[in-house]
Design a protein around this ligand. Structure first.
Ligand code: GLU
Length: 432
């Protein structure tokens, strides 16, 4: 396929100072590396390098004090060649168009790598849910759902939770769309509460997938999770579940940081107690029998496994040299800047790339969507069994390709994913 690139839609904006712009630059650099490695046709490269559709909405919401605030929301669909667009909604002050473009592109590769029949999307609202009342959060959610309703649906684009959003937020979106249609539309979102069509195991799915991929990587390096030391950056939807499930698998979680600070204990932290503290106070900081720790110190801990489960761009060329973990597990999307990759590689750190490591969430989202379509409910055991085999077959493919072609696992993961999306795009051809 050859396309006149001068007639292509505007490329995403050039990198500038915001975290979102840096995330987009990172996503593009990773894609460009994979495209060059695969010798991708220039026309196809131009198609896959830009999002297919970008939806920006602005909407007023009344605050509890009676004043009105105008919010900006986004939904970006990067590529839908392999199926409906899929990806989370993020509520965070850092959300901007570039951020969502990067996250949408990563969703395309993630869905392709773990072979779920979806394209990639992402959305969000630039806001700080920690400062909003439940009523304000519901109002923002219902109005945002109304604004993006023209482009979402079980056959077109299916949102899910991401940073700052929850099963309750998904319930409000499902209800809003259902009210407008006049009947229940459970398949419009995944990550719903189980009582309204959510899947068993979805709440912990990203954390569970992280544990499966860490176990798989550790086995290759000759150690098991029992007694392994772990440090976790981030204690939200993903970090909390990963820390808890690693602890349950016998690992010793020695350090955790979150938005409000961090805690450390060489003897191992009481992860369940920290979970309760976080739910009550919004941070683990200051927990009894712990020492304080910041992110930079956490990154430099001599542990078996470092889990990054916060935001993008955390490990860069400036601090990658500090990392002494044997395995770096990317529970977040894009936590490692491309500038850090050669440093980590040279230091022998085994990186589990994000599009593999954190894919448990979207895999179980696929199961939820499939259960909704079939009006079935699987048990947690069945969900976890299927999750394990689906994420580990992708892990096997990544490590086999990396070994066979002597390339880093991130490039192997992107090569597999980009190849699959390129193949689907090529087969479907150009319309008209
Ligand atoms: N937000 C999650 C991710 O980044 C899950 C997306 C989904 O389930 O659609 O992978």
């Amino acid at each position: 396929m050859t396309i006149d690139t001068t007639a292509s839609p505007d490329a995403p904006t050039a990198p500038h100072g915001t975290p979102g712009a840096r995330a987009l630059a990172a996503a593009l650099e990773q894609f460009d590396a994979a495209a060059a490695y695969l010798g991708l046709d220039p026309g196809l490269r131009d198609v896959l390098r830009v999002p297919q559709r970008e939806f920006v909405v602005r909407f007023p919401v009344k605050l509890d004090d009676g004043s009105v605030r105008v919010h900006t929301g986004y939904r970006v669909q990067h590529n839908v060649s392999r199926g409906p667009a899929k990806g989370g909604l993020r509520y965070h002050p850092q959300v901007d168009l570039d951020d969502v473009r990067a996250l949408a592109m990563w969703m395309t590769w993630k869905c392709a790598l773990v072979d779920v029949p979806f394209g990639g999307a992402k959305g969000g609202v630039s806001c700080d849910p920690r400062t909003m009342s439940p009523k304000e959060l519901e109002a923002v959610t219902r109005r945002f759902a109304t604004e993006i309703e023209p482009i979402i649906g079980p056959d077109s684009d299916i949102p899910a939770p991401d940073a700052g959003t929850t099963a309750q937020v998904m319930a409000w979106i499902m209800d809003t769309v259902s009210m407008h249609r006049g009947y229940s539309v459970p398949g419009v979102v995944t990550g719903k509460p189980v009582s309204i069509g959510g899947s068993a195991g979805r709440a912990d799915a990203t954390g569970q997938g992280i544990v499966y991929t860490i176990e798989h990587a550790a086995r290759r390096l000759g150690f098991g999770l029992d007694g392994a030391t772990v440090a976790v950056q981030g204690f939200g939807n993903v970090g909390e579940a990963a820390a808890r499930l690693l602890h349950e698998a016998g690992a010793r979680v020695v350090a955790i940081t979150d938005v409000g600070g961090g805690v450390m204990s060489a003897d191992g932290l009481d992860v369940a107690a920290l979970g309760r503290r976080f739910a009550e106070l919004g941070s683990v900081a200051g927990a009894p029998d712990t020492e304080p720790i910041d992110n930079e110190t956490l990154f430099g801990l001599e542990v078996d496994v470092l889990v990054l489960a916060a935001l993008e761009g955390q490990v860069t060329a400036a601090n990658a040299g500090r990392v002494r973990a044997r395995i770096l597990a990317e529970g977040a999307n894009g936590p490692t800047d491309p500038s850090a990759d050669p440093i980590l590689h040279a230091a022998g750190v085994s990186v589990i790339p994000d599009i593999l490591c954190n894919a448990g969430g979207v895999i179980v989202s696929y199961f939820e969507w499939a259960q909704n379509r079939a009006a079935l409910a699987w048990t947690r055991e069945e969900v976890n069994g299927r999750l394990r085999s689906q994420i580990l077959s992708a892990a096997d493919a990544v490590w086999q390709r990396a070994a066979a072609e002597r390339i880093p696992p991130r490039l192997a993961a992107h090569a597999i994913a980009v190849e699959r999306v390129a193949d689907a795009t090529r087969l479907r051809g150009l319309y008209p």
